[in-house]
Design a protein around this ligand. Structure first.
Ligand code: LMR
Length: 391
């Protein structure tokens, strides 16, 4: 039987992690997978999360099953974090943001097997992979202007004009992965109007909430979509903003038109949890809930998130200054306009290979760099490699 299995192409991002591990050069620079690193190159356990962990260790009396939807306190806390005060929502805890994306798309397919899913071009490759796995149709829409490295507003408007009733539009709520280019407030509102007018449904992948400009700022696009459209899905990840990567903490939050639809959605989502793995992982979710619900821990968490943002923004500025000095031009200034961990450099696969082979600088094939992977001392090397590669 097993010999009949199709050979799977390796995931580009994870393959890059393996290549990097095998590279013996001490000075190699990892700008691949989207993981935050502090100035020492470490991916720390966040201070508030560590404190919550200590308290949980002391206070937890059982490891018996929790609810199928996940811990109620976690779901209430993340719902409020993302949407503020939004009624008529259903929610389940999921293993990470990827779990939420997967089950969200399964929910769509269950409700409307004909739904097409519009995806930004480019998008996180796993979106396309999950859609293909589920046999759902992906329709790319123009998103990124390779000339300005900003959002291609006209392309986006033009392509979303093809939306039909019941289609789903998968958007990145903030810190677009892989480009780093986010819509501004006006564009979010316009996109919300277009989706609503077409009778389509927004699905927002919110994997980097708090890593752009702050929780409220980063949630604004999602909230605009949820308040404009009668139905919306949000796939939240707590991997990056709580530093809980390996604990797999996420939630699927669905906003419905009325109480009856919310109840149906809650039933279907809980059913999907049961079919996939029964109970979602609980430990990390409980830590996140403790941080969100305790005013002192929450304040500490927000402070540390602010430090993480400052670190990434500082690196963006340093890189742009270095590039300005080397090229006497402002053509890389877009790097400071981008938000979150990523920027897309617009390099060809050959240029990406050259930077990796000659300088040991690792980025994904589409020339996405994880700014948080840079150490301050790597900035001149990256700038030199970019210029040498002809960017
Ligand atoms: C990334 O895009 O690098 C992250 O979301 C990690 C992953 O799972 O791909």
């Amino acid at each position: 039987m097993l010999e009949n299995l199709p050979k799977q192409a390796p995931d580009g991002i994870l393959h890059l992690m393996e290549q990097l591990r095998a590279d013996p050069r001490a000075e190699k620079v990892d700008l691949g997978v989207g993981v935050y690193r502090d100035a020492t190159g470490a991916t720390p356990i966040m201070r508030a999360v560590r404190q919550a962990g200590r308290r949980l260790w002391e206070a937890e009396t059982t490891k018996t099953y929790t609810a199928l939807a996940g811990d109620a306190a976690f779901l209430a806390a993340v719902r409020a974090l993302v949407l503020g005060d939004a009624p008529e929502t259903a929610a389940i805890a999921t293993p990470g943001g990827t779990g939420a994306v997967r089950l969200g798309l399964e929910l769509v397919r269950m409700a409307n097997p004909e739904a097409r899913v519009f995806v930004s071009d480019p998008t996180w490759p796993n979106h396309l992979s999950i859609l293909a796995h589920l046999g759902m149709e992906a329709v790319p829409f123009r998103y990124f202007d390779a000339g300005t490295q900003d959002v291609d507003r006209d392309g986006l408007r033009g392509d979303l004009a093809a939306l039909r009733e019941g289609d789903v539009v998968l958007l990145h709520g903030c810190c677009h992965n892989p480009t780093g280019a986010d819509p501004d407030t006006d564009l979010w509102e316009e996109v919300a109007r277009i989706i609503r007018a077409a009778g389509a449904i927004p699905m927002i992948d919110l994997a980097y909430l708090g890593l752009g400009d702050g929780i409220e700022e980063d949630a604004a696009g999602t909230r605009a979509l949820v308040s404009a459209c009668p139905e919306a899905l949000v796939a939240l990840s707590c991997s990056k903003n709580f530093g809980l990567y390996r604990e797999r903490v996420g939630a699927l939050i669905v906003s419905a038109a009325d109480d009856m639809a919310a109840e149906l959605a809650q039933g279907a989502m809980t059913h999907l949890n049961r079919q996939a793995y029964s109970f979602p992982p609980d430990h990390g979710a409980r830590l996140a809930a403790m941080v969100l619900d305790d005013p002192a821990l929450r304040a500490e968490w927000l402070t540390e998130l602010g430090e993480m943002r400052a670190q990434v923004k500082g690196l963006r500025t340093a890189l742009v200054e270095e590039l300005r000095a080397r090229t006497s031009s402002g053509r890389f200034d877009y790097i400071t306009r981008h938000r979150g961990m990523f920027s897309m450099l617009g390099a060809s696969p050959a240029q990406v290979t050259q930077m990796r082979e000659t300088h040991g600088i690792y980025m994904t094939r589409d020339s996405r760099i994880n700014i948080a992977g840079l150490g301050a001392r790597d900035v001149p090397r990256l700038a030199a490699a970019m210029v040498e590669a002809g960017l």
